[in-house]
Design a protein around this ligand. Structure first.
Ligand code: T5A
Length: 211
């Protein structure tokens, strides 16, 4: 049996990650694979507390560097408490967002140099990267419209459209640089069509990652 895999979901606000996570859950269950489902920022008690600070409106003027470091503080805790122990135990990990989000939001969106992010990535992750990342891509207007229907805007969702254009473009640049790991899903289509793409990508991945 191949080692446990680490799978992440990415995309701008309202891309449909929560909805697609349910499909991933179903596919892994059908394949008889044990997994941990988690999210970032969050996933641990400390991470969820940091998530509230990061997404809430209490610290609206937070500096970009503080935001970046809090993302990695949450990630360091998450890796040590949850992700690495799960993978070591043979459990797959399904994570709603991971470091690609940091490159997209803090790098592309806020304009922090990618080298700074890479230094933190090397320090905190020690070479660990997702085995597969599903990038749900759709036009910014459509994503924000979908997210707006669902709940009041959090601190990130309160950013202007141009911020999300940069986030989206950075995600697409990352996918172009790592096409074997990051698979782009057209999330502008109907839910059924999006889920069909997720299923086909996962089935292809599973056929190569199970004995
Ligand atoms: N962040 C995170 C960083 O800045 N840096 C980092 O390093 C990390 C890890 C986290 C925030 O933190 C930032 C990015 C984020 O701003 P989050 O909760 O993970 O926040 O992310 P959100 O994008 O806010 O999550 P959302 O819940 O808004 O979006 P989803 O989960 O992508 O969308 P979902 O599934 O809830 O769908 C939204 C609505 O659209 C409908 C759904 O039914 C739902 O109502 N929908 C569709 N409708 C039509 N057709 C389809 N194909 C549809 N798919 C979904």
């Amino acid at each position: 049996m191949a080692r446990a895999s680490f799978i992440t979901l990415e995309g701008i606000e309202g891309a449909g990650k929560t909805t697609c996570m349910a499909q991933l859950r179903l596919l892994l269950k059908q394949a008889g694979i044990g997994f941990l489902e988690t999210r970032e920022p969050g996933g641990t008690q400390l991470g969820e507390d940091l998530r509230q600070l990061l997404l809430g409106h209490k610290h609206t003027g937070m500096s970009d560097d503080a935001e970046l470091l809090l993302m990695f503080a949450s990630r360091a805790e998450h890796l040590q408490q949850k992700i690495l122990p799960a993978l070591d135990n043979g459990q797959w990990v399904l994570c709603d967002r991971f470091t690609d989000a940091t490159y997209a939001y803090q790098g592309g969106g806020r304009g922090i140099a990618y080298d700074r992010i890479r230094n933190l990535e090397d320090w905190v992750q020690q070479g660990l990267k997702p085995d597969l990342t599903l990038l749900l891509d759709l036009p910014v207007d459509l994503g924000l419209e979908r997210a707006g229907k669902r709940s009041a805007p959090d601190r990130f969702e309160s950013e202007a459209g141009m911020f999300f254009e940069k986030v989206r473009q950075t995600y697409l640049d990352l996918a172009a640089r790592e096409p074997d790991r990051i698979k782009v899903i057209d999330a502008s289509l109907t839910l059924d069509e999006v889920l069909a793409q997720i299923t086909s990508t996962m089935n292809h991945f599973l056929s190569h990652h199970q004995s």
